[in-house]
Design a protein. Sequence first.
Lengths: 233, 407
Amino acid sequence: MIECIAIKKTYVSGDMETPVLKGVSFTINDGEFVAIMGPSGSGKSTLMHILGALDTPTSGDYKLDGKSVAQLSDDELADVRKNKIGFVFQSFNLLSRTSVLRNVALPLVYAELPEDERDARAAAALKAVGMDESRFHHLSNQISGGQMQRVAIARALVNDPSLLLADEPTGNLDTRTGDIVLGTFQKLHESGRTIILITHEPYVAEHADRIITIKDGEIVSDTKNPHVRSIKI
Amino acid sequence: MKTKDLISESYSALTVNKVRTGLTMLGIVIGIGSVIAMVSVGQGAKNSIEASIQSIGSNLILISPGSTRGLGALVSSGRGSSQTLTLEDGHALDKQISFGHTTEMETSTRGQLIAKGKNTNTRVIGTIASYTTVRSLEIDTGAFISDEQDRTSAKVVVLGPTTRDDLFGVGSEAIGQTVRINGNTFRVIGITKSKGGSGFLNQDDVAFIPLTTAQHYLVGGSYLTTIAVQAASSDDMPSIQDEVNSILLQRHHINDALQADFTVQNQADIVATASTITGTFTTLLAAIASISLLVGGIGIMNMMLTTVTERTREIGLRKAIGAKRADISSQFLIEAVMLTFAGGALGVVLGWGISAVVSKFAGIAANVTISSVLLAFGVSAGIGIVFGYYPARRASLLNPIEALRFE
């Protein structure tokens, strides 16, 4: 479960204080598929960084699975990311010239799992996102963009995180492959994953069950999506 | 993160860009290679100089004329340039030294040797029969000068193999032939075995004649250029040296040892002096070679800094999936150490190759010692740590958010 309580984030540069988040509160239950939508400059990226334990709020509290992560040190945050969060980025961020399997197993290296277990779990994660076994040993730069993003999703899943956090996951993909990726998220949601999708595109947000709209650092709406666009893959 | 995984991650990162990894490593390869080669060549030169000093005999105390200081003169004449040692000094020493010893006396000059139209300029040593014992000289064919020949000033000569080759042709039979030295005809009675050495140090380019013959026909007077006393036991060397000093001071009527008109040298001192000189050269060569090692290290740092910038997004990603600062910095540090270590290993091979080539073509027995190899490995790993530390630290301090955004 994710609880955000009056989260504020202010960037200070010299004498200038720039408030980016002005008191954001919401709760996301386990198994929800939520889209956080807003135009650029709305503060959604900053919110994502806080939700992803990459950054800490200036004030307010953020609880992940009941544990506060608002005031942790860098290395403690790294542990939270390692154990509880899976990231999917717009630009995939795969290690180039490295095999698909090795890319997916990378988070488990930091979790200090033995190699055969890493490979087994990476293979399972790749199957869960619909990657064919024949591609496991392809190099990451030898596969298509849609496949790259699914490999990235598999990497985010491999440590069995409490929260899957996707930042504009379809931003670098065409509509058709983007749909496949969104369909993959829906399928993972059906299997019980908690997913937060950050986007500026209403079309992408409409694939989630719940849409939180944010503007100028404040939540302007938080509603259940009445018409989920369902993609079957 | 487990060490094995850390090494495996670093290794795969290095193999991604093989050409660059190779070129960076080359700097260390050349650095370590030249240090090893220089040290081993220096060590080889030192060994060969020491060996040639040892080959003039063992347990030797060498007395040479020199360091005279005339009345009122401010400058003493140089060692070996004056005529202060005489045959009588030599005989007196032989008689008066109370420890077991053998004495050899000689006067040496350069002479023009002519045989059947061929000629050579060589060192001519006038000496006595004990020379072979004291100077460890072995006779190949024929015989060395006898006491009888010395007493009668016989015109006989014993040639070194190089001199024989120059005058009569390589490996030819020369016994019984005649040689003219500075206008006098000598009969060849023996050829010595080779003692080795080359260039100035060629101990085979020499001719021996009886001491009295040399004094009568070549140099004039009863002066000696060297008296060599060989101690029967190396333990007696200091006592014999003291005796030699006091006997000669008394004979030359000198009260102040600092005013002595002769020089007494112990073979061990000569070896020590030569070792100091060659040691200095080895250090100098190694110092020059280490400059290339330093340049190689800077090359590593340069590449690691480039790598950190290039892989900013990768670092961001690794942090996002849970890598701690220490994980990131150790990975980059290990990459640098792996580079220098592999470079060091290849450098040892290169250095060994260079010293093998030098041994073959320059006649110096260069040998690569285990200690220089271990030192090379230590130094290269150290360079990896020193020059990898700053880039690794820079990588570990990157803010993951900015790193992920980096284009």
